[in-house]
Design a protein around this ligand. Structure first.
Ligand SMILES: C[S@@+](CC[C@H](N)C(=O)[O-])C[C@H]1O[C@@H](n2cnc3c(N)ncnc32)[C@H](O)[C@@H]1O
Length: 155
């Protein structure tokens, strides 16, 4: 099963609408669970390393039996065909029960989570909000499913 785990709730209505729509379209192919973790307090009152450590602790329970794909603007970039091959490969060969796509909070990821990452991918060199990163990832997962099922969508 595939999970998208994000630090920070998705609040914007246009994001929530988009996420709902893509999850509905993807449901035809597979079930994707979206897990929204709470923010770790007030950014202005907590030192960044402590803030990120708190974020990391929230992810820990999702690590058992998982293949962890970290989303990070500094990660590996791939086109959608390569992403579909990557996704198919980890689904068929990783042996993990869960594929976790992990989206960080406002400060990005903690140092520890990089040690847990089986793969680090970038959606672009540009930095997006966590909300937009989730929406773009979902569109790509929909695209990937269309590609893998030989359905018209990707040109
Ligand atoms: C506001 S960004 C954090 C930016 C922070 N400066 C950093 O160093 O990661 C929040 C999260 O969205 C995701 N994200 C944003 N832009 C991305 C991109 N271009 N590619 C992949 N993930 C991205 C990452 O998971 C990131 O941790």
């Amino acid at each position: 099963m595939t999970r998208i785990i994000v630090v920070g709730p998705l609040k914007s209505s246009y994001i929530k609408d988009g996420v709902r729509q893509y999850l509905k379209w993807i449901k035809k192919f597979e079930r994707i669970e979206l897990i929204q973790l709470p923010l770790s307090g007030d950014l202005n009152k907590t030192p960044p390393s402590i803030y990120k450590d708190k974020d990391f602790k929230k992810f820990e329970k999702y690590f058992p039996d998982s293949f962890n794909v970290l989303l990070d603007e500094r990660g590996e970039q791939m086109d959608s065909i390569k992403f579909s091959q990557f996704y198919e490969h980890i689904k068929s060969s990783s042996g993990a029960k869960f594929i976790n796509f992990i989206v960080g909070g406002p400060l990005g990821h903690s140092d520890e989570i990089y040690n847990k990452a089986d793969s680090i991918i970038s959606l672009s060199k540009l930095t997006f909000t966590h909300e937009l990163a989730v929406l773009i990832l979902l569109e790509q997962l929909f695209r990937v499913n269309k590609i893998l099922h030989n359905e018209t969508y990707h040109y």
